[in-house]
Design a protein around this ligand. Sequence first.
Ligand SMILES: C[S@@+](CC[C@H](N)C(=O)[O-])C[C@H]1O[C@@H](n2cnc3c(N)ncnc32)[C@H](O)[C@@H]1O
Length: 285
Amino acid sequence: MKTIANVHQYEAWNGYEGRHWAENQDRYEAMVGGSNRPLFEAARIGQDDRVLDIGCGAGLTTRRAAVLAPRGRALGVDLSAPMLECARAVAAEKGITNVSFEQGDAQVHPFAAGEFDVVISRGGIWYFADPLAAFANIGSALRPGGRLAITTPDSTGGRVGTGFPDIFRIMGEYLPDPPVLATEDESRALTTMATPGDIATVLTGAGFVSVAVEPHGYTAMLGRTAKDAADFVFGLGPVRHWFRDADADTEHRAHEAVRAALAPHEAAGGVRQPVSGFVATAIRG
Ligand SMILES: C[S@@+](CC[C@H](N)C(=O)[O-])C[C@H]1O[C@@H](n2cnc3c(N)ncnc32)[C@H](O)[C@@H]1O
Protein backbone atom coordinates (compact mmCIF):
# COMPACT_ATOMS: atom_id res chain seq x y z
CA MET A 1 0.00 0.00 0.00
CA LYS A 2 1.30 3.43 -0.97
CA THR A 3 1.41 6.52 1.26
CA ILE A 4 -1.96 7.98 2.25
CA ALA A 5 -2.15 11.70 3.08
CA ASN A 6 -5.97 11.92 3.33
CA VAL A 7 -6.42 9.38 6.12
CA HIS A 8 -10.02 10.26 7.05
CA GLN A 9 -11.10 10.01 3.42
CA TYR A 10 -9.25 6.71 3.15
CA GLU A 11 -11.16 5.37 6.15
CA ALA A 12 -14.52 6.62 4.85
CA TRP A 13 -14.06 5.25 1.33
CA ASN A 14 -12.81 1.92 2.65
CA GLY A 15 -15.62 1.82 5.20
CA TYR A 16 -19.35 2.57 5.03
CA GLU A 17 -19.16 5.18 2.23
CA GLY A 18 -17.17 3.02 -0.19
CA ARG A 19 -19.32 -0.05 0.50
CA HIS A 20 -22.51 1.98 -0.03
CA TRP A 21 -21.24 3.23 -3.42
CA ALA A 22 -20.05 -0.26 -4.39
CA GLU A 23 -23.36 -1.88 -3.45
CA ASN A 24 -25.51 0.83 -5.05
CA GLN A 25 -23.59 1.58 -8.25
CA ASP A 26 -26.72 1.89 -10.38
CA ARG A 27 -28.32 4.32 -7.97
CA TYR A 28 -25.21 6.48 -7.79
CA GLU A 29 -24.95 6.37 -11.58
CA ALA A 30 -28.56 7.59 -11.80
CA MET A 31 -27.56 10.39 -9.44
CA VAL A 32 -24.32 11.59 -11.09
CA GLY A 33 -24.40 10.19 -14.65
CA GLY A 34 -25.74 13.49 -16.01
CA SER A 35 -22.25 14.94 -15.73
CA ASN A 36 -20.76 12.39 -18.17
CA ARG A 37 -21.58 14.45 -21.22
CA PRO A 38 -19.94 17.72 -20.13
CA LEU A 39 -16.96 15.76 -18.80
CA PHE A 40 -16.28 13.84 -22.00
CA GLU A 41 -17.03 16.81 -24.26
CA ALA A 42 -14.45 18.80 -22.32
CA ALA A 43 -11.86 15.97 -22.24
CA ARG A 44 -11.90 15.39 -26.04
CA ILE A 45 -10.22 11.99 -25.61
CA GLY A 46 -8.45 10.83 -28.77
CA GLN A 47 -7.83 7.27 -29.96
CA ASP A 48 -4.19 7.23 -28.81
CA ASP A 49 -4.57 9.08 -25.54
CA ARG A 50 -3.23 7.83 -22.23
CA VAL A 51 -5.88 8.87 -19.72
CA LEU A 52 -5.69 9.17 -15.94
CA ASP A 53 -9.01 9.16 -14.03
CA ILE A 54 -8.70 10.68 -10.54
CA GLY A 55 -11.02 9.31 -7.86
CA CYS A 56 -12.40 6.86 -10.43
CA GLY A 57 -14.58 4.99 -7.92
CA ALA A 58 -16.33 2.05 -9.53
CA GLY A 59 -14.67 2.98 -12.81
CA LEU A 60 -17.44 3.81 -15.28
CA THR A 61 -15.65 6.90 -16.58
CA THR A 62 -12.29 5.08 -16.71
CA ARG A 63 -13.82 2.31 -18.81
CA ARG A 64 -15.47 4.86 -21.08
CA ALA A 65 -12.12 6.65 -21.51
CA ALA A 66 -10.44 3.33 -22.39
CA VAL A 67 -13.08 2.63 -25.04
CA LEU A 68 -12.55 6.12 -26.52
CA ALA A 69 -8.77 5.49 -26.63
CA PRO A 70 -8.45 2.02 -28.21
CA ARG A 71 -4.78 2.64 -29.11
CA GLY A 72 -4.10 4.31 -25.77
CA ARG A 73 -5.03 3.26 -22.25
CA ALA A 74 -6.82 4.45 -19.13
CA LEU A 75 -5.76 4.21 -15.49
CA GLY A 76 -8.16 4.84 -12.61
CA VAL A 77 -6.71 5.80 -9.24
CA ASP A 78 -8.86 5.77 -6.13
CA LEU A 79 -8.61 5.36 -2.36
CA SER A 80 -11.43 2.84 -2.14
CA ALA A 81 -10.69 -0.89 -2.28
CA PRO A 82 -14.38 -1.92 -2.47
CA MET A 83 -15.07 0.46 -5.34
CA LEU A 84 -11.91 -0.59 -7.22
CA GLU A 85 -12.92 -4.22 -6.83
CA CYS A 86 -16.17 -3.39 -8.69
CA ALA A 87 -14.27 -1.35 -11.28
CA ARG A 88 -11.95 -4.27 -12.10
CA ALA A 89 -14.75 -6.84 -12.14
CA VAL A 90 -16.89 -4.84 -14.58
CA ALA A 91 -13.91 -4.12 -16.87
CA ALA A 92 -13.11 -7.86 -16.99
CA GLU A 93 -16.76 -8.75 -17.59
CA LYS A 94 -16.93 -6.26 -20.48
CA GLY A 95 -13.59 -7.44 -21.90
CA ILE A 96 -11.98 -3.99 -21.80
CA THR A 97 -8.26 -4.74 -21.78
CA ASN A 98 -6.65 -1.28 -21.99
CA VAL A 99 -7.92 -0.19 -18.60
CA SER A 100 -6.34 -0.67 -15.17
CA PHE A 101 -6.97 0.50 -11.65
CA GLU A 102 -4.64 1.33 -8.75
CA GLN A 103 -5.42 2.05 -5.14
CA GLY A 104 -3.77 5.25 -4.00
CA ASP A 105 -4.14 8.80 -2.76
CA ALA A 106 -3.95 11.07 -5.81
CA GLN A 107 -2.52 13.85 -3.64
CA VAL A 108 0.71 11.91 -3.12
CA HIS A 109 0.54 8.95 -5.53
CA PRO A 110 3.95 8.39 -7.17
CA PHE A 111 2.94 8.89 -10.82
CA ALA A 112 5.66 8.63 -13.45
CA ALA A 113 6.41 12.11 -14.80
CA GLY A 114 4.41 13.04 -17.90
CA GLU A 115 2.97 9.56 -18.42
CA PHE A 116 -0.55 10.77 -19.39
CA ASP A 117 -2.05 12.93 -22.15
CA VAL A 118 -5.35 13.60 -20.40
CA VAL A 119 -6.53 13.74 -16.80
CA ILE A 120 -10.25 13.40 -16.09
CA SER A 121 -12.28 13.23 -12.92
CA ARG A 122 -16.01 12.97 -12.33
CA GLY A 123 -16.54 14.32 -8.85
CA GLY A 124 -13.33 12.86 -7.45
CA ILE A 125 -11.32 16.02 -6.75
CA TRP A 126 -13.12 17.78 -3.91
CA TYR A 127 -11.77 15.74 -1.01
CA PHE A 128 -8.12 16.77 -0.87
CA ALA A 129 -6.84 18.22 2.41
CA ASP A 130 -4.19 20.04 0.37
CA PRO A 131 -5.69 20.71 -3.09
CA LEU A 132 -2.65 22.65 -4.28
CA ALA A 133 -0.28 19.77 -3.48
CA ALA A 134 -2.75 17.32 -5.01
CA PHE A 135 -3.03 19.18 -8.30
CA ALA A 136 0.72 19.76 -8.47
CA ASN A 137 1.14 15.99 -8.11
CA ILE A 138 -1.61 15.22 -10.64
CA GLY A 139 -0.14 17.82 -13.03
CA SER A 140 3.26 16.09 -12.84
CA ALA A 141 1.62 12.98 -14.28
CA LEU A 142 0.53 14.94 -17.39
CA ARG A 143 2.91 15.61 -20.25
CA PRO A 144 3.47 19.32 -20.92
CA GLY A 145 0.53 20.47 -23.04
CA GLY A 146 -1.65 17.63 -21.69
CA ARG A 147 -5.31 18.37 -20.90
CA LEU A 148 -7.26 18.25 -17.68
CA ALA A 149 -11.09 18.04 -17.57
CA ILE A 150 -12.91 17.62 -14.29
CA THR A 151 -16.46 17.95 -13.05
CA THR A 152 -17.34 18.81 -9.50
CA PRO A 153 -20.62 19.62 -7.75
CA ASP A 154 -21.59 23.16 -6.90
CA SER A 155 -22.13 22.80 -3.18
CA THR A 156 -22.09 26.52 -2.49
CA GLY A 157 -25.82 26.53 -1.86
CA GLY A 158 -25.97 29.76 -3.80
CA ARG A 159 -28.85 28.71 -6.00
CA VAL A 160 -31.87 28.15 -3.79
CA GLY A 161 -34.31 25.74 -5.34
CA THR A 162 -31.64 23.31 -6.53
CA GLY A 163 -31.93 19.77 -5.17
CA PHE A 164 -29.22 18.84 -2.71
CA PRO A 165 -28.63 22.21 -1.02
CA ASP A 166 -32.37 22.29 -0.22
CA ILE A 167 -32.43 18.69 1.00
CA PHE A 168 -29.40 19.36 3.20
CA ARG A 169 -30.99 22.55 4.59
CA ILE A 170 -34.09 20.57 5.58
CA MET A 171 -31.93 17.94 7.28
CA GLY A 172 -30.04 20.72 9.08
CA GLU A 173 -33.24 21.79 10.84
CA TYR A 174 -33.10 18.49 12.76
CA LEU A 175 -29.40 18.59 13.61
CA PRO A 176 -27.78 20.40 16.51
CA ASP A 177 -24.79 21.10 14.25
CA PRO A 178 -26.21 21.55 10.72
CA PRO A 179 -23.98 20.83 7.74
CA VAL A 180 -22.29 24.00 6.52
CA LEU A 181 -22.29 24.89 2.84
CA ALA A 182 -19.15 26.43 1.42
CA THR A 183 -20.36 30.01 1.02
CA GLU A 184 -21.39 30.16 4.65
CA ASP A 185 -18.09 29.16 6.26
CA GLU A 186 -15.34 27.89 4.03
CA SER A 187 -13.27 26.53 6.91
CA ARG A 188 -16.12 24.14 7.86
CA ALA A 189 -17.40 23.53 4.35
CA LEU A 190 -18.64 20.23 3.05
CA THR A 191 -16.11 20.34 0.24
CA THR A 192 -12.92 21.99 -0.82
CA MET A 193 -12.77 23.58 -4.29
CA ALA A 194 -16.46 24.40 -4.14
CA THR A 195 -16.42 27.70 -6.00
CA PRO A 196 -15.15 28.57 -9.51
CA GLY A 197 -12.67 30.97 -7.89
CA ASP A 198 -11.24 28.23 -5.64
CA ILE A 199 -10.94 25.81 -8.54
CA ALA A 200 -9.17 28.36 -10.77
CA THR A 201 -6.84 29.47 -7.97
CA VAL A 202 -5.80 25.89 -7.21
CA LEU A 203 -5.27 24.90 -10.85
CA THR A 204 -3.32 28.05 -11.65
CA GLY A 205 -1.26 27.72 -8.47
CA ALA A 206 -0.46 24.12 -9.39
CA GLY A 207 1.03 25.23 -12.70
CA PHE A 208 -1.90 24.75 -15.11
CA VAL A 209 -2.62 27.34 -17.82
CA SER A 210 -5.69 28.21 -19.94
CA VAL A 211 -7.86 27.44 -16.91
CA ALA A 212 -11.61 27.71 -17.53
CA VAL A 213 -14.42 26.88 -15.09
CA GLU A 214 -17.96 26.72 -16.47
CA PRO A 215 -21.23 25.97 -14.69
CA HIS A 216 -23.33 23.08 -15.90
CA GLY A 217 -26.57 21.51 -14.79
CA TYR A 218 -28.16 18.11 -15.02
CA THR A 219 -30.91 16.05 -13.48
CA ALA A 220 -30.32 13.43 -10.82
CA MET A 221 -32.71 10.50 -10.48
CA LEU A 222 -32.97 9.84 -6.74
CA GLY A 223 -35.55 7.06 -6.53
CA ARG A 224 -38.78 5.54 -7.76
CA THR A 225 -40.93 7.31 -5.15
CA ALA A 226 -40.36 10.12 -2.65
CA LYS A 227 -39.93 7.53 0.11
CA ASP A 228 -37.43 5.52 -1.94
CA ALA A 229 -35.51 8.74 -2.75
CA ALA A 230 -35.51 9.83 0.92
CA ASP A 231 -34.30 6.34 1.95
CA PHE A 232 -31.46 6.65 -0.54
CA VAL A 233 -30.32 10.14 0.48
CA PHE A 234 -30.44 9.14 4.16
CA GLY A 235 -28.03 6.32 3.24
CA LEU A 236 -25.42 8.68 1.76
CA GLY A 237 -22.13 8.64 3.71
CA PRO A 238 -22.10 12.33 4.75
CA VAL A 239 -25.75 12.09 5.86
CA ARG A 240 -25.06 9.01 8.00
CA HIS A 241 -22.20 10.98 9.54
CA TRP A 242 -24.40 14.02 10.33
CA PHE A 243 -27.09 11.86 11.95
CA ARG A 244 -24.67 9.58 13.82
CA ASP A 245 -25.73 10.92 17.24
CA ALA A 246 -29.39 11.65 16.41
CA ASP A 247 -32.07 9.59 18.13
CA ALA A 248 -34.43 7.49 16.04
CA ASP A 249 -37.38 9.89 16.47
CA THR A 250 -35.37 12.93 15.28
CA GLU A 251 -34.09 11.06 12.25
CA HIS A 252 -37.60 9.80 11.51
CA ARG A 253 -38.98 13.36 11.55
CA ALA A 254 -36.14 14.57 9.33
CA HIS A 255 -36.78 11.69 6.92
CA GLU A 256 -40.48 12.59 6.82
CA ALA A 257 -39.66 16.24 6.10
CA VAL A 258 -37.35 15.28 3.21
CA ARG A 259 -39.90 12.80 1.86
CA ALA A 260 -42.59 15.50 1.97
CA ALA A 261 -40.31 17.97 0.15
CA LEU A 262 -39.61 15.38 -2.57
CA ALA A 263 -43.25 14.26 -2.90
CA PRO A 264 -44.23 17.03 -5.38
CA HIS A 265 -41.40 15.79 -7.63
CA GLU A 266 -42.76 12.24 -7.90
CA ALA A 267 -43.48 11.43 -11.52
CA ALA A 268 -43.94 8.33 -13.65
CA GLY A 269 -40.20 8.01 -14.27
CA GLY A 270 -39.22 8.58 -10.64
CA VAL A 271 -38.07 11.47 -8.47
CA ARG A 272 -35.73 13.82 -10.30
CA GLN A 273 -33.85 16.74 -8.83
CA PRO A 274 -31.72 19.40 -10.49
CA VAL A 275 -28.00 19.37 -9.75
CA SER A 276 -25.62 22.18 -10.53
CA GLY A 277 -21.93 21.69 -10.94
CA PHE A 278 -18.81 22.98 -12.63
CA VAL A 279 -16.69 21.62 -15.41
CA ALA A 280 -13.12 22.83 -15.31
CA THR A 281 -10.58 22.52 -18.09
CA ALA A 282 -6.90 23.37 -18.10
CA ILE A 283 -3.63 22.62 -19.86
CA ARG A 284 -0.45 21.56 -18.14
CA GLY A 285 1.97 24.46 -18.58
C1 LIG B 1 -18.07 11.06 -5.32
S1 LIG B 1 -17.06 9.64 -5.56
C2 LIG B 1 -16.96 9.66 -7.33
C3 LIG B 1 -16.51 8.35 -7.90
C4 LIG B 1 -16.46 8.28 -9.42
N1 LIG B 1 -15.57 9.28 -9.99
C5 LIG B 1 -17.84 8.42 -9.99
O1 LIG B 1 -18.15 9.48 -10.55
O2 LIG B 1 -18.63 7.48 -9.88
C6 LIG B 1 -15.48 10.27 -5.08
C7 LIG B 1 -14.35 9.30 -5.25
O3 LIG B 1 -13.13 9.97 -4.97
C8 LIG B 1 -12.29 9.06 -4.29
N2 LIG B 1 -11.27 9.84 -3.56
C9 LIG B 1 -11.47 10.72 -2.55
N3 LIG B 1 -10.30 11.24 -2.17
C10 LIG B 1 -9.33 10.68 -2.94
C11 LIG B 1 -7.91 10.80 -3.00
N4 LIG B 1 -7.25 11.60 -2.17
N5 LIG B 1 -7.24 10.06 -3.92
C12 LIG B 1 -7.91 9.22 -4.77
N6 LIG B 1 -9.25 9.06 -4.73
C13 LIG B 1 -9.96 9.78 -3.85
C14 LIG B 1 -13.22 8.27 -3.40
O4 LIG B 1 -12.66 7.06 -2.96
C15 LIG B 1 -14.42 8.10 -4.32
O5 LIG B 1 -14.36 6.92 -5.07
